[in-house]
Design a protein. Structure first.
Length: 181
C-alpha cells in the first residue's frame, strides 16, 4: 500500500526553505572546517566566528520569510535548542533510526498556526569534535560558560541535531506579523 505525501499548501515556499537550509548547512560545514589543523584550543572568539554566524543566518531567514528557523538537538549546549514539541522529539528519533535520511516534512500546528515543518539532519564532522568531542576535552570556555552542557561525547557521523523550518500556511500573514510586531 502506497502512502500519499502530505498536502503542502506552499510547495514553492518549501522548495525555497530546503534550498536555504542546504545553504545554511554548507555555511556551517565550511565555517567548522576552518577549525581543522588548528593547534590552539577553541575560545569564545572561535565560537563567535564559527557557530554564531549560523544562528544569525537562521534568525535572518525567519525574519525575512515569515518562517521559524531553529537548530534542535537532544544533546544541546544552548537550552533554546532543546526539542520544542513532541513532533521535534519524534523527528530526532526518526533521524536516529534512519541514518541515511537527510530531511523530511510534516504538517504541524505551532503557536496556533497550521503549517509545514521541514526537518533536516545535522551530522557531526571531524571539525566539530574540537568542541563536541569527549566531555573532558571540551575547551575551557565551554566548561566555564555552559555548566548545563549536554553537547559532548560525539563521534564523527553521529547525529548532532537538526534544522527545523516551520512555514505557516498563511506565510504572507506571518511575514507581515514578523515585520510589524
Amino acid at each position: 500500500m502506497a502512502l500519499a505525501a502530505p498536502n503542502i499548501p506552499n510547495p514553492s515556499e518549501l522548495s525555497r526553505a530546503v534550498q536555504e537550509i542546504e545553504n545554511l548547512d554548507a555555511m556551517r560545514s565550511g565555517l567548522a572546517a576552518s577549525l581543522e589543523g588548528r593547534i590552539e584550543e577553541p575560545t569564545m572568539q572561535t565560537m563567535k566566528e564559527v557557530c554564531r554566524p549560523v544562528g544569525m543566518r537562521a534568525m535572518q531567514l525567519s525574519h525575512e520569510n515569515g518562517w521559524q528557523v531553529k537548530q534542535i538537538a537532544k544533546k544541546y549546549r544552548n537550552p533554546a535548542h532543546a526539542p520544542d514539541n513532541l513532533h521535534a522529539q519524534i523527528a530526532l528519533a526518526k533521524f536516529e533510526r534512519e541514518p541515511d535520511l537527510v530531511g523530511f516534512w510534516d504538517r504541524e500546528t505551532i503557536d496556533g498556526q497550521l503549517g509545514t515543518r521541514y526537518y533536516r539532519r545535522i551530522d557531526v564532522e571531524a571539525s566539530c569534535l574540537a568542541c563536541h568531542g569527549l566531555k573532558e576535552s571540551r575547551p575551557q570556555f565551554v566548561k566555564d560558560n555552559y555548566p548545563q552542557d549536554l553537547a559532548y561525547n560525539f563521534d564523527v557521523g553521529d547525529l548532532r541535531g537538526m534544522y527545523s523550518v516551520f512555514i505557516p500556511d498563511d506565510v504572507k500573514q506571518a511575514l507581515q506579523d514578523a515585520t510589524n510586531p
